[in-house]
Design a protein around this ligand. Structure first.
Ligand SMILES: *[C@@H]1O[C@H](CO)[C@@H](O)[C@H](O)[C@H]1NC(C)=O
Length: 150
């Protein structure tokens, strides 16, 4: 099986090589789109180093939270809870317990809601953006006490 897979990989590679134009053969002459002009060294954007990528990721994540309202269909009083601490349970402050009727995580957060404190008790999930406008549809209206997102 392994031998076959390796053979198949070589066959695919060989096929690719055959399909590529021979040096000096114009793609336009063969009726294909011309490839863009090669980039000069000065035009090539350097790859962002891992440290910069991590900083950019943290900045994006710092703008992600959950929008909630006290009436269904995103009406009544609302609030944005964020930024969420991914993988950590968010226990709602008392004034937000058992009042939420719409629950909307920002993309690409994935959340679970709980009817007990500190992510205990009955739960529902996963919930993705744009969220659930009417928590009565899942039996969770005015029941959220805590939630967790990744
Ligand atoms: C909530 O939105 C749904 C879908 O648009 C609609 O059918 C329903 O009547 C709305 N309910 C209320 C109370 O606004």
């Amino acid at each position: 099986m392994k031998t076959f897979a390796i053979f198949a990989a070589f066959a695919a590679l060989a096929g690719f090589v055959v399909a590529a134009p021979a040096p000096g053969v114009s793609l336009v002459a063969r009726g294909l789109e011309a490839s863009p002009a090669p980039l000069s060294y000065q035009q090539v954007v350097p790859i962002v180093d891992a440290g910069e990528a991590a900083v950019a990721k943290r900045e994006i994540e710092a703008r992600q939270g959950v929008y909630v309202t006290i009436h269904i269909n995103w009406s009544g009083g609302g609030g944005w809870i964020g930024p969420v601490n991914r993988g950590a349970c968010a226990d709602l402050v008392v004034s937000w317990k058992n009042v939420i009727s719409s629950f909307g995580p920002d993309s690409p957060l994935v959340c679970w809601i709980y009817d007990g404190d500190w992510c205990t008790g009955d739960w529902y999930g996963p919930i993705y953006n744009p969220g659930i406008a009417d928590l009565t549809t899942i039996g969770f209206n005015d029941r959220i006490n805590s939630f967790i997102c990744w």
